[in-house]
Design a binder for this molecule. Structure first.
Ligand SMILES: C[S@@+](CC[C@H](N)C(=O)[O-])C[C@H]1O[C@@H](n2cnc3c(N)ncnc32)[C@H](O)[C@@H]1O
Ligand code: SF4
Length: 440
């Protein structure tokens, strides 16, 4: 394990820990694991349904999400057809274990509203066919160009109560500099259209550290977004990732610039009445939250679609991952052709032993404002987090965390270093697998 001092000496924005283990630690599972028996042994009364739509109007220069820009129209229809087929297969596998219920749902991407209204309606039919009751909290991602009234009507009519839109910046030149040909006028139109469609929660993603971004232009972006009083805001530091256009140019923004922009953004949002939930996430005071996007209790995640991940307690699985155009295209093309039998097994993933399950719980709890509930950890694992992870004491000794008899929580300084603390807690196995992974 790297020492905390070494980790803190590196960049503050090492990687965004939104899941553990990272998908670059996944490998082929042999033999493949049948889904029926796998899910029969799980807690099934509060599952999370996630549907992935791996299509976008362009490939933004910073983005390494699993997505294909401007796919052929017939591919999109074929994709939606396989999604529906997979939903049927997975539903039957779940039924083998008896009763189950979904507590939350999300449709993400890529850009789900890249699908037209007819295709989106089919996706909502499959959400219902999977057994997600109307009224469960449901979030859907969109983009400025595709947040069109007819599509938003299907999304909200289908039961989504949260819409999350990627804006990144209200400054056209900053978007152009990262291969995102987006105009502020289009962003305003999209935000008005979402407010008109009326979901309870609007979330907006913004980015800091973009090429050419200054304190003044960042302020313009923040003031513009605040006009819409979003219930939630994500401020992402720009991460420059392998195989993205920015990654190939090896361009990056100095840490000190990003840190100053972080502090500026955080101060503005706190002054505007927002509460900081994690390094990236802010929620407006009084706004009803649907909770952090990932919480530790979310073991029961059923992912539908190519690129979607599924989590049981002891196994995380998905289809393969790529970033480059050819790699993504090949994976989607093969996935569409999968037989029902192939869709009924997990064949690529990561087996979490007892240590990895504890680490996952620890990392995901610690990185959000609620922190690690010591009693909940003990109840779940039958041991104390301090005994399992003696290195945690180092966090308190550096003022990165505080611990009382109930909770271990990051301090303000710790939250600002969440992208260092998360990877520092990775196991050696996960670290080694991530390092060996060959990205295509
Ligand atoms: C699925 S997208 C949001 C919806 C839609 N595709 C869009 O871009 O408008 C996920 C979000 O992740 C963030 N993101 C993706 N890659 C990033 C990177 N390299 N650095 C920082 N943020 C990133 C962006 O803010 C983006 O809005
Ligand atoms: S940021 Fe959004 S629109 Fe851009 S490539 Fe990534 S998923 Fe697609």
């Amino acid at each position: 394990m790297t020492s905390l001092a070494t980790a803190l000496a590196g960049t503050r924005y090492q990687s965004y820990v939104y899941a553990y283990p990272h998908k670059t630690a996944y490998r082929r599972l042999t033999p493949a694991v049948p889904l029926g028996p796998l899910w029969a042994g799980e807690r099934r009364d509060a599952l999370f349904l996630y549907i992935h739509v791996p299509f976008c109007e362009q490939r933004c220069g910073f983005c390494n999400l699993f997505t294909r820009p401007v796919p052929p129209e017939q591919l999109v229809d074929a994709y939606v057809a396989t999604l529906a087929r997979q939903a049927g297969v997975v539903r039957r596998a779940l039924d083998e274990g008896g009763a189950f219920a979904f507590a939350r749902a999300a449709i993400g991407g890529g850009t789900p509203t890249y699908l037209d209204a007819r295709q989106l309606a089919r996706v909502f039919e499959l959400v219902a066919a999977m057994g997600a009751a109307r009224g469960v909290p449901m979030s859907v991602e969109t983009s400025p160009e595709t947040a069109l009234p007819d599509r938003l009507a299907v999304v909200v009519g289908g039961g989504a109560d949260r819409i999350s839109i990627g804006v990144q910046s209200f400054v056209d030149d900053e978007c152009r500099a990262v291969n995102r040909p987006q105009r502020a006028a289009e962003v305003h139109r999209a935000l008005r259209a979402i407010r008109d469609a009326g979901p309870a929660t609007l979330n907006v993603d913004l980015m800091y550290g973009l090429p050419g971004q200054t304190a003044a232009s960042w302020q313009t972006t923040l003031l513009s977004v605040l006009e819409y009083r979003p219930e939630e805001l994500y401020l992402y530091p720009l991460y420059v990732r392998p195989l993205t256009t920015l990654g190939k140019k090896a361009s990056s923004t100095a840490d000190r610039v990003q840190i100053a922009l972080y502090e500026q953004g955080r101060a503005m949002l706190l002054a505007a009445g927002y509460h900081q939930v994690s390094l990236r996430m802010f929620r407006r005071g009084g706004a009803a939250g649907t909770g952090p996007v990932y919480c530790c209790q979310d073991d029961g995640m059923i992912g539908i679609g190519c690129g979607a991940r599924s989590y049981t307690r002891g196994l995380h699985y998905s289809s393969e991952w790529a970033v480059g155009a050819r790699g993504v295209r090949d994976i989607i093309d093969r996935w569409i052709e999968r037989t029902d039998d192939e869709l009924a097994v997990a064949d690529y993933g990561f087996v979490l032993d007892a240590d990895e399950q504890r680490r996952r719980w620890l990392i995901l709890s610690l990185l959000s404002d609620a922190g690690l509930d010591l009693a909940a950890y003990r109840a779940r694992f039958g041991s104390d987090s301090g005994d399992d992870f003696p290195v945690l004491a180092e966090l308190a000794s550096r003022d990165l965390a505080t611990c009382d008899e109930h909770t271990l929580a990051l301090t303000e300084l710790g939250l600002a270093h969440a992208d260092v603390i998360g990877p520092w807690l990775y196991s050696d196995t996960v670290r080694a697998r991530m390092a060996e992974f060959e990205l295509t």
